[in-house]
Design a protein around this ligand. Sequence first.
Ligand code: ADP
Length: 352
Amino acid sequence: MLLSGPVCHKARPIRLPDTLRRGADMLPFVPLQPNRHAMPDILLSVDNLHKSFGARQAVTAVSFDLSKGQTLGLLGPNGAGKSTTVSMVCGLLKPDQGEVRVGGQLVGQGNNTAKQMMGLVPQDLALYEDLSARENLKIFGALYGLKGAQLKSRCAQVLDLVQLTDRLADKPTTFSGGMKRRLNIAAALMHNPQLLILDEPTVGIDPQSRNAIFDSLEALKRQGCSLIYTSHYMEEVERLADHIVIIDHGQVIANESPAALYERLPARAALRLTPTQRLPDATLQQLRQQPGVSEVTVEGEDLLIALDSAEQAQDVLVWLTQQGCRAAQFFTARTSLEAIFLTLTGRSLRDA
Ligand code: ADP
């Protein structure tokens, strides 16, 4: 099990002992079904979607909900069925079975009310390269019926949101990859949708552009917009998502909050320290009995202590100090979403 993300002292990826890894691999992966009646503010309801391409079953019984103002991270290995699901959610693909509702409106069957409530940021850029940023946005706004002062003011708002106001007269041909992606997002926002669906919007761009996109998405969240965010980058989903749906082999295998996902692992944090002197075996035995300690492993000069939560690291350090143990260095780490993802979906390559 990989751990990353320093909690208090020093960043360094660490690996938990094999026994612990095996424990994680044996977790029962029963998807938790949220109680729909307990979620009165549901904006999007995806119900029992099925889709086959010839003999290939791409999506089977996919269901999830999204509340107003919330962000849903949609994760899954290559070929898992994410794009097929997103296409059905947007009404671009007709499900064989099941239905999608946005704001209570059925998606598909020419229902423009449902479409009006959604904006899609496709992975492939959908921009006119020979038109300026502003002209691009005007076209997208006009497609949704905006005109005159309303169209002009919306252009200004979305350009400001994606931090491209100073480039409004420039053509996308002069833009970096990150700027094009930001303009792509702006285009999907012209009609002020309640739900924005982003299909891997940060593929192939530098960290600064990625950060700028995140700033825009966080601003959108503050304005109450709901988001569906599809990505391979776990740390992005961790930063944005209130709720995570993991799809594998066309089926939902997790549908819960990030906190609930972390709860699935037997050890959620680890403390690694390098004692200045080797600890007696008796002290190691006592350490294993301390509250919150699930496993202690000696790795070379280091002690690797698996913990139920990162908060327990401090108590363990105090206890070790009381036993006369001095640490030359220590750091803590919590289980990463990536570790959970790999635990749930396995490590085999899907597109090999
Ligand atoms: P993901 O977006 O998670 O990578 P997709 O939804 O694109 O997965 O694909 C799910 C499965 O459906 C894959 O096996 C893929 O090959 C298949 N698939 C997707 N679209 C088509 C299509 N138009 N025709 C045939 N098979 C498809």
